[in-house]
Design a binder for this molecule. Structure first.
Ligand SMILES: Nc1ncnc2c1ncn2[C@@H]1O[C@H](COP(=O)(O)OP(=O)(O)O)[C@@H](O)[C@H]1O
Ligand SMILES: [Mg+2]
Length: 442
């Protein structure tokens, strides 16, 4: 992992501390205007472990007290002064803090019709006053535990949703950071290459320019010497000795050869400078019509020192139009993909016939395709699913950053294109880039 990310840890779902349902504290709230009922119920519950008891004598204060003490179960009288119990039940149900708290209706009324009405408006249970102690305790515990379990479940769901959200945010953060690193890298690499290209360009231009004159002057001087030899075929002894000393015939022959190879060398430098400039074009802002083949060729030239290690590049260029793109960014894509192919091919130095095939073609009048294929060891299926994740690498520390393909994907997506991989283990890997000829991208 990149050191920049050392501080960021993957979010982990919070591990809930599981308390057995029977041990979770129970809070009972009795709402009843009769003090005798309060005394009786209190008496029934006071020896119960893990149970807190609260009492409220009026319907007016019931909701306020309930939101304060957070009961796990409400025992409620059906007939209350100044309010009917059914209305209070509806109020409990309408309040977000009490809407799910189980309500056990307590009433002297044993009429099934009344019970049915109570259940219909959301009462959870119904007991005739005064209930049996064992039964009351059992029902209080049963409803409280069911309520606590539901709450724990909801809390866990909320925590899970938060963790997922956090994970997504982290992923986006990594993506943004990778993008920033990439932008930074691209611009500093681009600036450096452009600087080097510029510095080399001037001296190489005057070497190349002078070479034309040197060539002409050398030919003139050789012609002059030839004329001398023709006019004075018998030079004096000093000249003759000197001619032998410098090995005149060899010098004449070698001079021409050296001039030719110097010219070839400087032509090559000019080509490299051109490629560096082409590769690093400082054009991050604007899209421009560019020749994809030039971009690939420049990239190959820059990677030549690696390709020379026994890799054969087969170019199968089709007749594709100029593409509306950020050429320096696309060159970065070619660079990353070809570099990966080289890595895969050089991984096993004894692999015979190492090849990278680059094929370009038109798909339809507005789309082109670039296929970059190697005959390396291929990509296992398990790796293929993670290939484009930032920081995913199978390479040793210091060798792989795991950013190459995620950057490629971002750049291609930015161009509204697609990047696809096809690979069978031991049959190499193929990366397919599809781009629109004209893109409506800024
Ligand atoms: N042509 C390829 N052949 C085999 N494996 C590849 C190839 N291209 C990419 N990969 C796999 O994808 C991984 C991620 O690639 P990349 O994002 O460029 O990061 P890096 O090259 O730094 O590891 C590599 O570590 C490698 O396992
Ligand atoms: Mg790479």
């Amino acid at each position: 992992m990149n050191p920049a990310f050392k501080g960021i840890k993957s979010p982990q779902s919070p591990i809930p501390v599981v308390i057995p349902a029977c041990e979770r504290p129970i809070t009972v709230l009795l709402v009843d205007d009769q003090a005798t009922v309060n005394e009786a119920i209190h008496c029934m519950l006071e020896t119960e472990a893990n149970l807190t008891y609260h009492y409220c004598s009026s319907a007016e204060k019931a909701l306020q007290i309930a939101t304060k003490v957070a009961p796990t179960v409400i025992l409620q009288d059906l007939i209350l002064p100044n309010s009917d119990g059914m209305t209070l039940v509806k109020e409990f149900r309408a309040n977000p803090l009490t809407c799910d708290v189980p309500i056990i209706m307590l009433s002297t009324n044993d009429n099934p019709q009344t019970k049915a009405e109570a259940f219909a408006i959301g009462v959870n249970d119904y007991l005739v006053k005064l209930p049996n102690q064992i039964e009351l305790v059992a029902r209080i515990r049963y409803h409280s535990q069911a309520y606590l379990n539901r709450q724990a479940h909801t809390t866990a769901l909320v925590a899970q949703a938060h963790a997922k959200e956090l994970e997504q945010t982290l992923q986006e953060l990594r993506q943004t950071q990778a993008q920033l690193i990439q932008t930074e890298k691209l611009s500093s690499l681009g600036q450096m290459l452009a600087g080097i290209a510029h510095e080399i360009n001037n001296p190489v231009n005057f070497i190349f320019g002078n070479l034309t004159y040197i060539d002409a002057y050398v030919h003139d001087l050789m012609k002059l010497l030839q004329l001398y030899q023709e006019k004075y075929p018998e030079p004096d002894a000093a000249i003759q000795t000197y001619l032998e000393e410098i090995d005149y015939d060899f010098v004449m022959e070698d001079l021409l050869k050296m001039l030719r190879s110097t010219r070839m060398g400087s032509e090559r430098i000019i080509q490299i400078v051109l490629s560096l400039r082409n590769f690093s074009r400082q054009d991050h802002q604007e899209m421009k019509l560019s020749n994809i083949h030039d971009g690939i060729d420049s990239t190959l030239l820059i990677l030549n020192h690696r390709l020379k290690l026994g890799i054969n590049v087969i170019k199968d260029y089709g007749n594709i139009p100029l593409i509306d793109c950020h050429p320096a960014q696309l060159n970065q894509v070619f660079m990353n993909i070809i570099n990966n192919a080289i890595d895969a091919l050089l991984e096993h130095p004894n692999r015979p016939k190492k090849e990278i095939t680059i094929c370009t073609s038109t798909l339809d009048e507005n789309h082109i395709q670039i296929q970059i294929k190697d005959n390396g060891s291929g990509i296992p299926l398990a790796v293929q699913t993670k290939l484009f994740e930032p920081f995913f690498t199978t390479k040793p520390v210091g060798k792989g950053t795991g950013l190459g393909l995620s950057i490629c994907q971002q750049i291609i997506a930015n161009h509204q294109g697609t990047l696809q991989v096809i690979s069978k283990p031991e049959e190499g890997a193929e990366f397919i880039i599809r781009l629109a000829v004209q893109t409506a991208v800024a």
